[in-house]
Design a protein around this ligand. Structure first.
Ligand SMILES: [Zn+2]
Length: 65
């Protein structure tokens, strides 16, 4: 049966050699660049923020929406 690929699976494949593993879920922890957009209440212009996040099974659901 085909397993659905998650975002973290794809990232962990690319960075397989230098990942550490989460003591909680046992999955490799990957660093991913998360880009969030935010609309300024003052100017009404969109701003984009880049943030480096550590992802594993414990938090990927909450982190990537
Ligand atoms: Zn975990």
């Amino acid at each position: 049966m085909a397993k659905a690929k998650t975002f973290a699976d794809k990232v962990s494949k690319a960075t397989h050699d230098f990942t550490t593993h989460c003591p909680k879920c046992g999955e490799s922890i990957v660093s991913a660049k998360l880009v969030t957009s935010e609309k300024s209440t003052k100017t009404g212009a969109w701003r984009f923020n880049e943030k480096l996040v550590k992802l594993c099974k414990c938090n990927e659901r909450e982190t990537i929406k």
